[in-house]
Design a protein around this ligand. Structure first.
Ligand code: GDP
Ligand code: MN
Length: 391
């Protein structure tokens, strides 16, 4: 049965269609408005931080490892190439009962590189990264603690120096890198995801602080870590949550554009990897929201908006999709038009990227009901980097 034009236009007044349109408008409009607000108001503002490259405190670098035999050697080699004064650096590798010979590999590396001070802590049971980090904290002697994953690559030899220089200003409590993806395959989603988020991270940091940190390079003042009792053991997002706690205390917790990191992306189990990380972020925001009333004013809105974007906004999309499908079943012509438009938009990369991320977040919320992924399944990451980036 073919409908007349007037009938189709009459659909505009269907309450169902109005609900769908409202949900879609909020779901896309809210984050886009936030993005453009940050970009135009804050991205190009000065930091208001007195950084100094000649500020060289003692630094302790913690590398947590679980079955990283393929990557640990190149990770340590990258550390040696950093231009930070050698005598001001100590490295602590904390290994949680790896079964692939990671700790043997580390010992072998130490024999070949005696000039770098390295402590290897070998846990006899694996309880998870956060437990390992807290264990390592007990051995730390530097004023500044750096956490870096074995699969993380720092983009240049001055990444560490650059990150540390911000701590010259006592207002800075935590620093993280911006992320650049590198790997073969599945690049389209991951790349788009980073473009958008790097602008947000950076602009939030300039405004005050960002509630999302990266395990590739997360730097903290040791006394602040101690005052908050180390890393949380009940959630997975150790870096983001710890940084947020520090921001809540009135210190700046910032992502900086002079420290870039590359993360290796798993070749297999990509979706599971994204879901697990989304689970950790959700756990972090749920826990952090308890303290939002204590947040400095500039940070309160950042935290509330990011919590909304991770906890609630993702659900508007599947809800509008379900409503749309119901409308299609009911024969409302304009819902069919909207659905076709949506499908066509999937050809547009940023749209695809966004949708994928929302679905990971929604699935992660559900998955959090039965598993927190504190000691997660290891995903194999490529160690032959096909793309080497230059900055
Ligand atoms: P992803 O970056 O979210 O994919 O997480 P990874 O699996 O890469 O883990 C981040 C870092 O934590 C890597 O260096 C891992 O080797 C390390 N890691 C993961 N689980 C454990 C653990 O149970 N104990 C220790 N010591 N390190 C761990
Ligand atoms: Mn990683």
């Amino acid at each position: 049965m073919i409908k007349g034009v007037s009938e189709v236009l009459g659909d505009i007044y269907s309450p169902l269609l109005l609900i769908v349109l409202a949900l879609i408008l909020i779901h896309f409009g809210f984050p886009l408005t936030y993005y453009y607000y940050l970009k135009s108001r804050w991205l190009n503002k000065p930091w208001g931080i007195k950084r100094d490259l000649s500020y060289k405190p003692k630094v302790s670098i913690i590398i947590p490892t679980y079955n990283e035999v393929n990557l640990i050697e190149s990770k340590l080699n990258d550390l040696v190439r950093q231009d930070y004064p050698r005598d001001l650096v100590e490295v602590i590798v904390v290994d949680s009962a790896s079964t692939d010979g990671t700790s043997e590999k580390v010992r072998e590396w130490v024999r070949r590189n005696p000039e770098l001070k390295l402590v290897l802590i070998e846990e006899s049971v694996r309880r998870g990264k956060v437990y390992a980090l807290n264990n390592a904290l007990r051995y730390v002697s530097g004023d500044i603690v750096v956490i870096t994953d074995a699969d993380a690559i720092w983009s240049s030899s001055n990444t560490l120096s650059n990150a540390i220089s911000w701590f010259n200003d006592p207002i800075v409590g935590a620093v993280t890198c911006l992320k650049v993806p590198a790997n073969e395959g599945l690049m389209s989603v991951e790349e788009g995801y980073r473009e958008f988020y790097n602008v947000v991270r950076l602009a939030e940091s300039k405004k005050y602080s960002t509630p999302i940190f990266h395990g590739e390079l997360a730097v903290f003042r040791r006394n602040l870590l101690e005052s908050i009792g180390g890393f949380p053991t009940d959630i997975g997002a150790d870096d983001s949550y710890t940084a947020t706690k520090i921001a809540l205390m009135g210190y700046r917790a910032i992502a900086v554009d002079n420290a870039l990191c590359v993360e290796r992306i798993p070749r297999r189990e990509y979706h599971m990897w994204r879901i697990r990380r989304a689970q950790h972020l959700i756990q972090h925001f749920i826990k952090a929201l308890r303290y939002v009333h204590k947040a400095p004013k500039e940070f309160r809105y950042i935290l509330l908006i990011e919590a909304y974007l991770h906890l609630i906004n993702p659900w508007l999309f599947p809800t509008s999709l379900a409503t749309l499908l119901y409308g299609v079943m009911k024969g409302i012509t304009l819902t069919v038009v909207l659905l076709v438009l949506g499908l066509l938009l999937l050809l547009y990369k940023p749209f695809r990227t966004w949708i994928a991320t929302q679905l990971y977040l929604a699935i992660a919320t559900v998955r959090n009901l039965w598993t927190k992924e504190i000691a997660w399944r290891k995903q194999e990451k490529g160690y032959g980097l096909s793309i080497l980036i230059s900055f």
